[in-house]
Design a protein around this ligand. Structure first.
Ligand code: DC
Length: 338
């Protein structure tokens, strides 16, 4: 157990009735636990204050009744002119080695504009799990920007391939892409990837480029080059980014993190159908072999390997449609931001 003591703050609003206060208190604590990777044993104590207009129920009792076992202290705040009403605030003292994630939900987000202005959704997972389909649906419904980060690696993979260079040789790859400019443009909400100004969005989708992207993505120089582009886009508005290391490396403080998985066979079948629909002449067994090879590459590399962040929600999509997955993400986000 960690000996490092941290203070985690959180706030939420509720209606002045028993059910609403109980539900809000439970949601706030559940999210504080989840975002900070806590269990009951990690928590030293929790202080709770409620604004004077919340009189119908005790948040502390609500927490106790659903199994939170830490010492609790509750108090009522004075009436302050202009303050946000119907508000419950928590201060959780815990032992933790994780970075602190303060949690402001719904209307209480207005209390900490500095922490909650834009939000980011990190969607990681292996190739072919359906990330880009899901991310597009989520971005559309929530009205936020979508960045397909794999397309950036694909653009560099394409460049190295077109120069007929080995995609695993860091020195040669570096010399080839050092002065190459990769950028993103949005036309009617659709992402275009530009390689030195040329739109390569279509030509980066072949199986050869997939493998080249996977190879170049294992090189530290390539990852460093693309990190700043990804962060720049992510910090300019509310976003959903899909990739392999978004929750762990690119945006470790993303408010929402999801890890989307599916079995290699299901992922290969989906990729196969997608390529067929585009008129490409592919064989299922080749696509499956490609999925397995990329899994090994993406998970086995030393730098920023495909890995689930401790504060990510895992979604197994074998039995779920892209629409079902998107809805579960959308509901999770709406619970917090609206
Ligand atoms: O998601 P995709 O299949 O378009 O990605 C192409 C390759 O790029 C993939 O094999 C791994 C790599 N990649 C990465 O390393 N990190 C990311 N954030 C996104 C993609």
């Amino acid at each position: 157990m960690s000996s490092n003591i941290v203070s985690i703050r959180g706030a939420i609003t509720a209606n002045n009735d028993e059910q609403s206060i109980a539900k809000a208190s439970e949601l706030l604590m559940r999210r504080i636990f989840f975002k900070n990777g806590l269990t009951n044993a990690d928590v030293v104590n929790t202080m709770i204050s409620t604004t004077a207009d919340l009189t119908a129920f005790y948040p502390a009792r609500a927490l106790r009744e659903v199994g939170y076992s830490m010492p609790l202290f509750s108090c009522l705040e004075p009436n302050i002119d202009g303050a946000l009403g119907h508000c419950i605030r928590f201060l959780v003292t815990a032992r933790s080695d994780n970075p602190v994630s303060n949690v402001y939900i719904g209307a209480a987000r207005a209390l900490r504009k500095d922490l909650t202005d834009y939000y980011a959704i990190a969607l990681d997972g292996p190739s072919g799990a359906g990330k880009s389909t899901v991310a597009k649906l989520v971005a559309k419904e929530l009205g936020i920007t979508y960045l397909d980060t794999g397309a950036l690696y694909r653009a560099l993979g394409l460049k190295v391939l077109s120069e007929k260079l080995p995609t695993t040789d860091e020195a040669k790859v570096k010399a080839c892409i050092e002065h190459v400019n990769v950028s993103i443009e949005y036309a009617d909400g659709v992402q275009k990837v530009l390689l030195d100004g040329e739109d390569v969005s279509a030509s980066i989708r072949t199986p050869e480029v997939s493998m080249a992207a996977s190879n170049v993505s294992a090189l530290p120089y390539v990852r460093a080059k693309l990190l700043s582009i990804q962060r720049e886009i992510a910090h300019a508005s509310s976003v959903i980014l899909d990739g392999r290391d978004i929750g762990t490396v690119v945006l470790p403080d993303a408010e929402f993190k999801f890890f989307l998985t599916a079995s290699p066979e299901i992922r290969a079948r989906r990729r196969f159908d997608e390529l067929k629909a585009k008129g490409q002449n592919v064989i299922y067994e080749d696509v499956l072999a490609d999925v397995n090879a990329r899994d090994r590459n993406d998970s086995g590399r030393k730098i920023a390997p495909l890995k689930m962040s401790y504060d990510a929600v895992k979604i197994d999509s074998d039995e779920m449609s892209a629409h079902d997955v998107a809805m579960s993400i959308i509901n999770d986000v709406k619970e917090v931001v609206q």
